[in-house]
Each structure stands twice: as C-alpha cells, then as structure tokens.
Design a protein around this ligand. Structure first.
Ligand code: ADP
Ligand code: MG
Length: 450
C-alpha cells in the first residue's frame, strides 16, 4: 500500500468517526508524507493545522493507521514542504458572476435587508448547530415543503441571524426573482404601528402576505403586544396556507415565551423547532480559524487557543480578533500570544471578582448613575426612565458577576426569570445601538471597579 492509498483509507474511517465540520476543517489538504519503519509522517498545509491535529487527533489517527497496517504505528505531523499559504476562501458563486449581475444581486440582497456576509459558506458547522444547519439546508432545497415554519432559538450571538439570513441568500441565489423579506419582530411592530397611523395598512399587509420567504428575527418581541400578534397571526396563516416558507428566531422556545398568544404558540410548533447552543471551545477554535482564513491571515496556534479559551461568545470573538489583527497591522507586530493577551485586556468579570464586590453594590451604582431610588429599580413601574436602568442592572449582574437568572430575579424584587432574560437581551441591543447607554454602563463600571 503506498502512502496515498494508506491515507485515503484512513481518511475514509476518520470521516465516519468525527463531525463533518471537524473533518473538513482539519483534514482538508492533509496527506501522508512518508512511512518509515513504524513511523507515519502526516503532512499538513499549515502549522496551525499541524498543532491542532497533534493535540487532538494523534491518538485517533495512530489507531486507525495501525488498524489498516496491522501493526502499531507512531504518528508524526509535519508541514507539507512548499505547501501554499492559506488563501482567502474561493469566492462564492454569488461573486463569481459578471459585474452587472453582481450589482443586481447585491441590490436584491439589500432590498431583502440581508447582510452580504451572512452566507452558508461563511457559517461554520459544529456540534452546537448541526441540526439547525441541516434544517436550513433542507429548507433551501425545498422551501415551504418540509419544515414550515422553522423556529430557531438560542442565546445571544450564537449565529441565529446569520443562519436565517443565509437561508434568504441561498433562496435568492437559486431564484433571483423570489421575494424574500427579512424583518425583526421589533421592526415588524413599528412598521405596523406606522402603517395604521398613516392609513397604509393594506400596503403593509400585501408586503408581508405575498412573499415567498419571510424571515422574522427575534419574534419574541411581539409577545404581549395584542395588535402585532393579531396582525402576525393573519400574516402567518396567509403565508403558511399558500405554502410559503416562514423562518423565525427567538431567544427561547415557543413554550417559554411569556405572553405569547396560544394560537401563535401552537402554530410556531407546527413545523420544526431547533436550537443553537453556545459554541464549546473546539467550535470556537474552528470559528477563529475560519475567520482568519477568510481574512487571509495566519494566527499562531497558541494565540487562537488563548482567544478561544478566554472569549465565550462568537460576537465578542470577532471583536477581539479584529482588534488583534488591526493592532498587528498598524504596528507590524507578529500575532503573538502577548498581543492577544493585550487585546483581551482584563475582562470585566475578572475585575469584579478581583475587587470582591458585592453584587448589591451594582444596584446602588446604577441607582446613583440615573438618580433613581433602589425601590424604583426593584419596583414594577414601567416608565422608560426606569426600565432602561433596570435592564442595565440585569445586564451587569449577569455579564460581570455571572449570577444565575433566578438570583438576579430575586435581587430585583422577585421578577420572572424570563423577564431577566429579556432585559439582558434588550440591554445588549441597546449597547449595539445607543452610544449613550454604552457610556453610562462604562461610567457605572468605572465607579464599581476603579
Ligand atoms: P444571534 O442572532 O444568535 O444573536 P448572530 O447571527 O448575530 O447571532 O451572530 C453573531 C456573530 O457571530 C455574527 O457576526 C456571525 O457571523 C458570527 N457567527 C456566529 N456563529 C457563527 C458560525 N457558526 N460561523 C461563523 N460565524 C458565526
Ligand atoms: Mg440575532
């Protein structure tokens, strides 16, 4: 058996034993360099892959190779001599087409309000999102037929919006004349209110009731809003009845959305429900390595490892990664562990732990920052001037102190834990959208941790 045949046989077995994403990420472009005595040298395209395979897969590879050769084998990994540098991924078919077509497609994407970056090719698949990804693929293959509606839920930054928009992209790519609409639950609500005030309800209705694919993000927002739920109920029925595809995302499953009308809840459960879990460390390394390849940079293994260890959310990972890369480019410094460490800084939760702050002090600090009384924060009044500081308190207690939802609920006058979840989600949105909120939170943190 020559090295090529040997490796082909080994890959066939590996493929059966590990996830498709890991197989594609780590074994693409590998080969057997040479077999000498009991030693098999496996060639890898980059040092990053070499380190990762050494750390994670050497035992498995050795046992498979040993099984094929019928004798014990020692595995070594080495970079394939003269292997080409990792390239920016091959352009997607979307951007392969002629300039004019490209502009047209981009226009369609923006009309549908889709982010051009959120494609299926750019979505890393792993244990945490395998099911959701499979469902998305099935929907793309036969929209409106297999899983209708598709209800996708999960925490913040796990890739719900990305995957949902990828479905929209693929639909447009396959059928450029399809009408695809992406809207958030919040925007849907606002548009509806606007339409009623300006007597344009029939235009609003036909906009949403005649689409081929409706993507509605963060649907939990409409819960508790009577008019919006009523309107969405009819929209849903019109689309579903006509065999049009509906995809929804939410921060929790339908049965846990408080104040969601029963008739909507039951419809949300008609089709397929899938969740995306937070990525584990392996998955985070895979995502980092993918994003680096996308940007055409090679991040040393230790640096990627450190990033994956310290940063839990994908959204934060992207931020830190950008910071690392920008600093490196500006200063010409290599992407070392030290550089990553610097970019990571000291996390707010570490600061909180270091100062041994009592979480109760957060309430005092927020109340002081907004000139409120503690009883305002703990109370039930729903004025905007109180609601936002209350949500900031929830966010700080969860994010900086890692308190359980139930504990936060207790500290804030015994609310429901789903209210806390919603509050944290709102505050995260505000942080993205409203620089003032960001400043206020930083001011509170300065006060607490200084
Ligand atoms: P959510 O809607 O669940 O809050 P997003 O879809 O907005 O999360 O994802 C946050 C960021 O993380 C986006 O920039 C997205 O591209 C990225 N991201 C999340 N999951 C993945 C993944 N599996 N592969 C690639 N990028 C991901
Ligand atoms: Mg989202």
């Amino acid at each position: 058996m020559n090295p090529e045949e040997l490796w082909k046989a080994a890959l066939a077995q590996l493929e059966l034993n590990i996830s498709a994403a890991n197989f594609a990420t780590w074994f693409r472009g590998t080969r057997v360099n040479k077999v000498e005595g009991g030693i098999v040298e496996v060639g890898t395209p980059t040092s990053f892959v070499k380190n990762w395979l050494e750390e994670r897969y050497s035992k498995q590879v050795a046992s498979i190779l040993g099984g094929i050769l019928g004798r014990p084998v020692e595995v070594r990994f080495a970079i394939i001599p003269g292997a080409p540098k990792p390239k920016v991924p091959t352009p997607t078919p979307l951007f392969d087409v002629a300039e004019e077509e490209k502009t047209k497609t981009l226009k369609k994407l923006s009309e549908a309000r889709l982010n051009p970056r959120y494609t299926l090719e750019n979505f890393v698949v792993g244990n945490n999102n395998q099911l959701a990804h499979a469902v998305a693929q099935a929907i793309i293959a036969s929209p409106g037929k297999v899983y209708n509606p598709f209800f996708l839920y999960g925490g913040v930054g796990v890739g719900k919006t990305h995957l949902m928009q990828a479905v929209g992209h693929e639909a447009l790519r396959r059928n450029p004349s399809a009408s695809v609409v992406y809207v958030t639950g919040e925007a849907f609500t606002n548009e509806m209110i606007d339409a009623i005030q300006n007597r344009r309800t029939s235009a609003f209705r036909s906009k949403y009731r005649e689409v081929d694919l409706l993507l509605i993000d963060d649907i939990q927002f409409i819960a508790g809003r009577e008019g919006t739920q009523e309107e969405f109920f009819h929209t849903f029925n019109a689309l579903h009845g006509a065999g049009r595809q509906v995809v929804m995302t939410s921060d929790r499953p339908p049965k846990e959305i408080a104040k969601l009308e029963e008739r909507l809840r039951s419809r949300f459960e008609w089709g397929m429900i899938a969740d995306i879990q937070p990525p584990d460390k392996d998955m985070r390394v895979a995502i980092i390595s993918f994003k680096c390849r996308e940007m055409g940079i090679e991040l040393p293994f230790e640096s990627a490892n450190l990033l994956a260890e310290k940063v839990g959310s994908v959204r934060d990972l992207e931020g830190v990664l950008m910071r690392v890369v920008t600093t490196a480019q500006l200063t010409g410094a290599p992407l070392t562990v030290e550089l990553v460490q610097k970019a990571l800084g000291v996390s707010t939760s570490e600061k909180a732990a270091r100062k041994a702050i009592n979480p109760k002090e957060v309430l005092d600090a927020v109340a002081e920052e907004f000139s409120l009384k503690l009883s305002d924060l703990r109370g039930a009044r729903r004025y905007k001037e109180i609601v936002v500081p209350r949500q900031i308190t929830m966010y700080l207690l969860r994010n900086d102190f890692n308190l359980p939802l139930t504990r936060v609920a207790e500290m804030l006058g015994g609310r429901d834990h789903t209210t806390i979840m919603h509050g944290v989600w709102r505050c995260e949105r505000l942080l993205d959208e409203n620089p003032d909120v960001k400043d206020r939170i930083e001011a509170i943190r300065d006060k607490l941790y200084a």
